[in-house]
Design a binder for this molecule. Structure first.
Ligand code: NAI
Length: 411
């Protein structure tokens, strides 16, 4: 951050509120910038949130604090919201966009954690560890070799070769597995991982199939009775992607018939809201089934990485106006420009806004050193560097335009 020119706003007036026990890795980043930092252990209800964010510039939450449009309406100083987690459903994304507030999250900080869990599960399934562990806890000593295998030389099929899929592919190869993958997009192979042309081509040759696709209308229910029938008899399925991707009723049928030799499932179509809610699934009690409560990405390292990733994104936005990675905002990443004067403007995406802004700049006698505009259907986001220090005049006039949502001077 220090590579940015000094900001014209006093940094110690930037108020950051972090709730829900966000990892201390983020605290250090904000303190290092000289921002005011307040941290709270628990989630906030709507009324308390409204009261607390009235004069807050940066709000950091995890999954439990709901940032509603009503809460946003009163947060006049709010510049940005950071979700220190993966999901962003808890924030009214449209409302925050309309108010010129970008929302950031950490989609890839727990990639490695998921990949390691999947690797452990492949070995667990190959050795039927779930069953042996359950028997031992029930006081039953059952030393058997039947149905236990090494994973070396077995074929792993990875469906969805993105961040997690590729990590799994690299680790699996290090354990001596053959790795094939199927992705709807063209992907560069890692190591000796081999692409297949179709999902079926992957299924017919894999001893283990692991799913790493996102939740989209196309992937909803994409793994059902037909795909299960295409798997090698006795092969195992791992799902640590999203619960809606697999038809668990069809999987239960496949496990009971022996078509599927085992399954490791971390995500479910209906997951309890809290740890005190009960949980039901047709997979309960079936042999060689390892079930975990959506903990694929839940590690100390992932929490620390999330703190750093989201913290850094928020700081880059406050200091330089960079919106790369924001989930609800046009993406602009303009490096710092020493000796220039930077103004940020969020406006309604209607024709003629840029013309109006440029007219103001020229009337104030300034020269535009650089101007980057990105738009989405609703808003435009402009990062403008001026040669002359007339920023305050320009900011006031641009801010007064009817189309302007938020205007800010950085330096
Ligand atoms: P990513 O976006 O990096 O990769 C997803 C890949 O799937 C992309 O390469 C995409 O082209 C491919 N894909 C999309 N539709 C497909 C289809 N129909 N068939 C085959 N490939 C398809 O995502 P990332 O980070 O690897 O995450 C994958 C999944 O893991 C996501 O569903 C995510 O929500 C989930 N996840 C689960 C966690 C857990 O705790 N269990 C933690 C983190 C992520």
């Amino acid at each position: 951050m220090s590579s940015h020119p000094p900001t014209s706003f006093p940094k110690d007036r930037i108020k950051v509120l972090l709730v829900e026990n966000i990892h201390p890795s983020a605290h250090g980043l904000f303190r290092g910038e000289g921002f005011q930092l307040e941290t709270l252990p628990g989630a906030l209800g709507e009324e308390e949130l409204i009261r607390r964010i009235e004069d807050v510039h940066v709000l950091g939450i995890r999954s439990k604090t709901r940032v509603t449009d009503r809460a946003l309406a009163g947060a006049r100083r709010l510049l940005s919201v950071g979700c220190f987690c993966i999901g962003t459903n808890q924030v009214d994304l449209t409302g925050s966009e309309r108010r010129g507030v970008p929302v950031f999250n950490a989609p890839f900080s727990n990639t490695r954690s998921v990949a390691e869990l999947v690797m452990a599960e492949i070995v667990m399934l190959a050795r039927r560890l779930g069953d042996r562990i359950r028997e031992m806890h029930a006081g039953q000593w059952r030393k058997v070799a039947t149905g236990s295998y090494e994973v070396r030389h077995k074929t792993l099929g990875i469906v969805g070769y993105g961040h997690i899929g590729r990590q799994v592919g690299v680790i699996a190869e290090a354990l001596g597995m053959h790795v094939v993958f199927f992705d709807v997009a063209a992907k560069l192979s890692m190591g000796n991982n081999q692409p297949t042309r179709t999902l079926e081509e992957l299924l017919v040759q894999s001893d283990f199939v692991t799913l790493h696709v996102p939740e989209t209308p196309q992937t909803k229910g994409m793994f059902g009775a037909r795909e299960i029938a295409q798997m090698r008899p006795g092969s195992c399925l791992i799902n640590a992607s999203r619960g809606t991707v697999v038809d668990v009723d069809a999987l239960a049928v496949g496990l009971k018939s022996g078509q599927v030799g085992g399954a490791a499932i971390d995500v479910f179509p209906q997951e309890p809201e809290t740890n005190s809610d009960g949980f039901e699934t047709p997979l309960r009690g079936l042999p060689n089934v390892v079930m975990t409560p959506h903990i694929g990405g839940s590690t100390a390292e992932a929490q620390e990485a999330i703190g750093k990733e989201v913290g850094a994104a928020l700081i880059k936005y406050v200091n330089a106006g960079v919106t790369t990675g924001a989930v609800n905002f046009p993406q602009v990443d303009v490096g710092p420009t020493p000796g220039k004067h930077r103004i940020l403007n969020v406006h309604q995406n209607v024709p003629g806004v840029l013309r109006d802004i440029n007219r103001i700049v020229s009337e104030k006698g300034a020269n535009i050193a650089s101007q980057v505009l990105a738009t989405d259907p609703d808003i435009g986001y402009l990062v403008m560097d001026l040669d002359q220090d007339v920023s305050h005049d320009v900011k006031d006039a641009v801010g007064a335009l009817e189309t302007s949502i938020k205007t800010r001077i950085l330096y």
